[in-house]
Write a protein that binds this ligand. Structure first.
Ligand SMILES: C[S@@+](CC[C@H](N)C(=O)[O-])C[C@H]1O[C@@H](n2cnc3c(N)ncnc32)[C@H](O)[C@@H]1O
Length: 284
């Protein structure tokens, strides 16, 4: 078989099994096995695919049909234009989280170039921590996670992008092991109510780590605890940015107002117009 035939076969198999974007995913899977980019794939449509490559696809495609996330099969995912390694130990970074990073960078830029200490709590793959460290060479970043397996992925990503010297990795429960003072706290913590977990699509429900998803009865257990801890370590004038689910906006505003009575609190919308980030600006 040549590349064009293999692409058509893989795309059709994914389509039959209801995988959205089956053509794009076929290109990514075939490109991965052949070790070429999508652009290069299209320049080699007439070339023969070896038996070994076909065998690799025979093993890989059924895994995707079983709904294993594509990013776990490929071993990486793009976030904020960075190529990040991912494994089943970490949640696959989502485009929604780029809203939090945008706002963090905006705020950091307005701080007049002074060195900042930033914590990314629940770092997972290190998506937020590595992006901030790369964009802010004067920042020192603490990347915290309760999962050691997740931290090892975050460390690999920090090394891959050359920022490992400026990122400290902390194994711990939220900010408990962090001394401070911090200028900026960033967190995309689990916020799905336990009762909603069974309704998630299979890719998430079956394959992504539960510890990255489950937020307790109303989804806010972990965010609430972070808000309670943050006052101890964030310096006056500091900022907290937490990713939330838009349906939690009222509850989250109330929690933040209770934890930080004097702070300026707002919700930041994502590109789709959904309230996606809670911003708590402490007074100086
Ligand atoms: C929703 S994932 C986000 C991962 C990454 N920040 C991102 O945006 O792609 C949440 C992460 O929080 C971590 N986590 C859950 N509970 C935690 C806790 N109590 N303390 C620290 N990290 C926690 C999980 O292990 C997981 O890596």
């Amino acid at each position: 078989m040549n590349v064009a035939e293999v692409l058509a076969t893989v795309a059709s198999t994914l389509d039959v099994h209801g995988i959205p974007d089956h053509r794009l995913e076929a290109e990514l899977l075939v490109g991965y096995v052949l070790g070429v980019s999508r652009a290069r794939l299209y320049a080699s449509l007439d070339e023969a695919v070896t038996d070994k490559q076909l065998q690799a696809l025979d093993e890989l495609v059924p895994l995707r049909v079983e709904r294993r996330p594509l990013a776990y099969l490929l071993g990486h995912r793009e976030f904020y234009s960075l190529d990040l390694l991912v494994s089943p130990a970490v949640m696959v970074p989502r485009p929604e989280t780029e809203t939090l990073v945008d706002r963090a960078l905006q705020w950091a830029q307005a701080q007049g170039g002074r060195p900042l200490v930033v914590a990314d709590v629940g770092t997972g793959s290190g998506a937020i921590a590595v992006t901030i460290a790369l964009r802010f060479p004067s920042a020192r970043v603490l990347a915290v996670d309760v999962s050691l397996q997740a931290l090892s992925v975050a460390i690999a990503n920090a090394r891959r992008h050359g920022v490992a010297q400026r990122v400290s990795f902390v194994a711990g429960d939220l900010l408990e092991a962090v001394v401070g003072p911090l200028d900026l706290v960033l967190a995309n913590l689990p916020y799905i109510p336990d009762a909603d977990l069974d309704d998630l699509q299979a890719e998430v429900r079956v394959y992504e780590p539960r510890i990255a998803l489950a937020g307790g009865r109303d989804g806010l257990d972990i965010i609430r605890r972070l808000l309670a801890q943050a006052g101890r370590v964030v310096r006056p004038g500091g900022l907290l940015l937490l990713e939330i689910s838009p349906v939690q906006r009222e509850a989250v505003l109330q929690e933040a107002a209770g934890a930080f009575p004097g702070a300026q609190i707002e919700l930041v919308k994502d590109l789709g117009g959904w309230e996606r980030v809670l911003a708590v600006q402490l007074s100086s």
